[in-house]
Design a protein around this ligand. Structure first.
Ligand code: HEM
Length: 276
């Protein structure tokens, strides 16, 4: 039993080392696979539109402000927390900065709701973000791969189950943080309608979800997007919106296949002797 576990662990370590060092042979094989309809290895695809990048930028700035001015309140007895409060103008100014961040977060929430309802691109992205049974199968396949039970990684379409989880976690977090934050901001108003214990619960929910959201961003989001060995130190897609053909094939093979098929059909339709 111990031998079997050790064997599986050794397989996994070997595979990870091979992946991380970019083993020459698998690089060559991957480059060969990349040459499909045309030699598109150097091609860049648009992954995030300007609209999405601006939403992401506003959200990132707002969350950084909210975390840096909110978390110190939770740990206000620690020296580092007092130093951070001081950095943001002390106990009088720091709560104002927190509210500025909150207005930014509410703005991006409304903007995103408009994006997924009024814009064709937004509705299309939302459709691809809906959870499907394939996501559970992909997660299962990924675990099997990590345990060395299969050599096949799951093949993702436009969004992997990890990216979908990231997206929907933000919805949940926004509802809790904006809902409870509004109660903290306008407590006197809420106390006219709700009992004191309800506002106490809002404070508790705000405080606990703040820590959970901060850890989810720092551990889950940052690792998956920037800090993993394939992307370290930074994934520039959030800045220029681009993804290389190589990364498309590696990370979103089903979407890549679809795009190539569409391109082939378009080429056939517009070439002399084609349909049009
Ligand atoms: C990612 C988003 C956010 C994080 C991480 C965060 C974090 C925190 C934390 C940790 C506290 C201290 C709770 C305690 O005393 O234990 C706090 C307080 C507070 N938060 Fe937030 N918050 C966020 C979003 C919001 C939003 C959207 C609003 C408003 C709609 C808001 C309004 C408030 C208010 C009014 C307080 C009371 C303290 C004060 O007067 O500044 N927060 N926040």
């Amino acid at each position: 039993m111990e031998g079997a576990v050790r064997g599986r662990f050794a397989t996994w370590v070997r595979r990870e080392l091979k992946l991380q060092r970019g083993d020459e042979r698998s690089e060559r094989r991957r480059a060969a696979r990349t040459r499909t309809v045309a030699d598109v290895t150097n091609e860049q695809f648009e992954r995030l539109s300007l609209n999405i990048r601006l939403q992401h930028g506003l959200m990132a700035i707002s969350i950084v402000l909210l975390v840096l001015t909110g978390i110190p309140l939770k740990f206000h007895e620690s020296g580092w927390a007092r130093a951070l409060i001081g950095l943001f103008g002390g106990p009088d100014v720091s709560p104002i900065v927190h509210r500025v961040g909150a207005v930014g977060l509410i703005t991006v929430g409304l903007w995103h709701l408009a994006y997924i309802t009024l814009f064709r691109e937004g509705r299309w992205n939302l459709m691809h973000l809906l959870p499907r049974p394939k996501d559970a199968l992909d997660a299962f396949q990924q675990i099997k791969f990590y345990l060395g039970l299969t050599d096949e990684r799951p093949k993702f379409d436009r969004f992997s189950y990890i990216e979908k989880f990231d997206y929907w976690a933000v919805y949940w977090g926004m509802v809790i943080m904006i809902g409870s934050g509004t109660v903290l901001w306008f407590t006197d108003f809420w106390l006219r309608w709700a009992p004191k214990w309800a506002t106490d619960i809002a404070k508790e929910a705000h405080s606990d979800e703040a820590l959970l959201a901060t850890l989810a961003i720092v551990i889950w989001h940052f690792y998956n997007v920037h800090l993993n060995p394939h992307k370290f130190p930074i994934n520039r897609t959030f800045l220029d919106g681009k993804i290389s053909a190589r990364d498309m094939i590696e990370e979103h093979p089903l979407e890549y296949e679809r795009l190539m098929n569409e391109r082939q059909q378009q080429q056939a339709a517009t070439s002399p002797g084609g349909e049009s």
